[in-house]
Design a protein around this ligand. Sequence first.
Ligand SMILES: [Zn+2]
Length: 356
Amino acid sequence: MEPCEKVKWMQLPREVLVGHGVLEEIGRVCRHLGLRGGATVVTGARYTRKIAGERVVEILADSGYEVQLVEVQAINPDSIERVREIIKENKMSFVLGVGGGTIIDTAKITSFELGIPFISVPTIASHDGIASPRASIKGDDRSPVSRQAQAPLAVIADTRIISSAPFRFTAAGCGDILANYTAVRDWQLAQRLQNAEFSSYAAALSEMTANMILENAAKIKKRDEKAAWTVVKALVSSGVAISIAGSSAPASGSEHKFSHALDMIADKPALHGEQCGVGTIMMSYLYGDDWQRIRDTLKEIGAPTTAKELGIKDEYIIEALTIAHKINPERYTILGESGLTKEAAVRLALATGVIE
Ligand SMILES: [Zn+2]
């Protein structure tokens, strides 16, 4: 018999709770997971601390855990080191990230570095990092560094809290999910042209997740808990696709490179998911796909589809399109190795109505 030497290690969340008031279950979830010792709750300085961070501390204390709260405002090597030292000094045995992307990623990275479990408690549904094993921090030149961390042991997404956050975040989350379409196209291309490792299972899950948003766009509305539910479920599912693939490839391709390029050059970048949504419109156009449907879906949801709506100057859009291929160059996409010329970038942005 031929031996098969393939080895694959997938790390997935074990408990996923999505729904109204599930935050209250946090103590029970930790007990159920057999977690012992002290818990560090990483949360934001103001809003997230008030709406969720403090409550999580209370519940865990009531469940008999020693709890420590740490506030985080930005993610960078210094803040990560500070949080890591606090956890280490106090000999805490697990970490909860209660808040938005910065907070979740800080908790994810520090817990990974210390080799202790991490629980994700998102208060907004703005990107797929809430359930994935990857985290991103910015380098000195504002370039994003995506790094392998660990999947959360549990995800506790309270739709009551998420639906009361500004809708802009949820709409951005939809952009991050629709990005799966072009990400999967890029991934397939990379497999065909560069023999990149490809997982049809992860790709199918990723596309199916994007379909959930495409098909339910009309129902994704402000102040609607069901909408928050749909988007959170899709974000978790995207995170699982990333876990299965063992890389962010099923959810991050040329459209993400475009967004990362904007983060580096624009004076005031928009939200990650908002930029990825606009990137998806343009990359779909390059593929000759139904880019109008992506645009119309984003419009229907209320996410930006133009430079103006992103609040970003046209020239930054063009520049980002021409430099995007240089970001994370080992990930092959439709932008190829030399990227777009300025003329092609202008034509693309005009043709898709991103600029006028
Ligand atoms: Zn993303």
